[in-house]
Structure formats: structure tokens, C-alpha cells
Design a protein around this ligand. Structure first.
Ligand code: S3P
Length: 167
């Protein structure tokens, strides 16, 4: 079974949906953010001490490491910032975009301080969302709307729509 990659903005539920999808699709689950924390420490500290660009290199390193078969991979919202990440995902599996409205992201994240790029003014957050949205859309093999849906329902939606070769 080929690997499934979950992409989407911060707060779109990639980690929780990945956990449900792991059970429903009988795959293993890895989260690139968690892999980075395990190897390099807290994300906020990496941003502060080494900068975003180093964090992006760690992301690519993790993505290159995940198996092409039998996994669900939850990515960080900024995985689309590097073109080489697009290729790594496109060439190795199915890309699923968790499409969450900005209003819903605002409600879900509130004033979360663990995400460095969320700790900006509202207009800067929205600009980031607007800039990335078309990139998620164009990369996705499947787009799933997530507003007002629970993670288990989203995972069930994905399972129903998986192409036969990925089941
Ligand atoms: C980021 C999203 C975060 C994390 C880091 C940067 C981003 O992951 O990778 O804070 O650039 O959007 P989540 O999407 O899981 O919040």
C-alpha cells in the first residue's frame, strides 16, 4: 500500500486525522513535526535559535526519510514552502489536502503560542493562509473539507474516496 501524505494549513487537523487514518487504513503513522521534535527539540526553540530556514531543512530531511509504502504522514503546514518537498510527496504517494476555512482555523487555534508562525498579527496570518491555499490545492490528489467535521468522520471520508490502488 502506497503512503498517504496529509497536507494543509496549521489547525487543519493533520495530526489527529492521521492518527484515525492509521487505524482505518491499516498503515503506520508518522508526523514530520514530531520527528523533528524527537531529533532536534521543540519547534519554537528551533525557530528562535536557528531560524525558519533551518527548520525547513529539517522538514525536508524528515520527508525524505519516511517510507514510500504503508504509512500515513502528517506534515507541517509549511511543508509546501519547498519545491523539493512537492516532488518527494508527488513521486512517492497520494497527497490529501485537509481544506479548512480561515475562520475555522482561527477558532481552532485561538492564541496558540506553540506555533511560531501563528504568533503574528491577524493580517499576517491571513496572508500566509491566502498565499499557501492555491499551493495546497494544486498539489492535492484529493481535497477534503474539514469545517465542522470530527477527525474520525474526516478519516472515514478519505477512506471512502481512496483510489482502489491505495486501499
Ligand atoms: C508551520 C506549521 C506547524 C509547524 C511549524 C511551522 C507552518 O505545523 O510545522 O510551526 O509553517 O505552517 P502544523 O501545521 O502541524 O501546525
Amino acid at each position: 500500500m502506497k503512503t498517504l501524505y496529509l497536507i494543509g494549513f496549521m489547525g487543519s487537523g493533520k495530526s489527529t486525522v492521521g492518527d484515525w487514518l492509521k487505524q482505518k487504513s491499516a498503515r503506520f503513522h508518522l508526523d514530520t513535526d514530531q520527528m523533528i521534535v524527537d531529533q532536534y527539540g521543540e519547534i519554537a526553540s528551533i525557530f528562535k535559535a536557528e531560524g525558519e530556514s533551518v527548520f525547513r531543512s529539517y522538514e525536508t530531511e524528515m520527508l525524505a526519510r519516511v517510507p514510500e509504502r504503508n504509512y500515513v504522514i502528517s506534515t507541517g503546514g509549511g511543508i509546501v514552502e519547498r519545491k523539493e518537498n512537492h516532488m518527494l510527496m508527488k513521486n512517492n504517494g497520494l497527497i490529501i489536502f485537509l481544506d479548512t476555512s480561515f475562520a475555522e482555523v482561527l477558532t481552532r487555534l485561538g492564541e496558540d503560542v506553540s506555533r511560531p508562525l501563528w504568533g503574528q498579527a491577524d493580517h499576517a496570518r491571513y496572508n500566509l493562509y491566502k498565499r499557501r491555499y492555491p499551493v495546497y490545492r494544486s498539489l492535492a490528489d484529493m481535497t477534503v473539507h474539514t469545517d465542522q467535521k470530527t477527525p474520525d468522520i474526516i478519516a472515514a471520508d478519505i477512506m471512502e474516496r481512496l483510489p482502489q490502488s491505495y486501499v
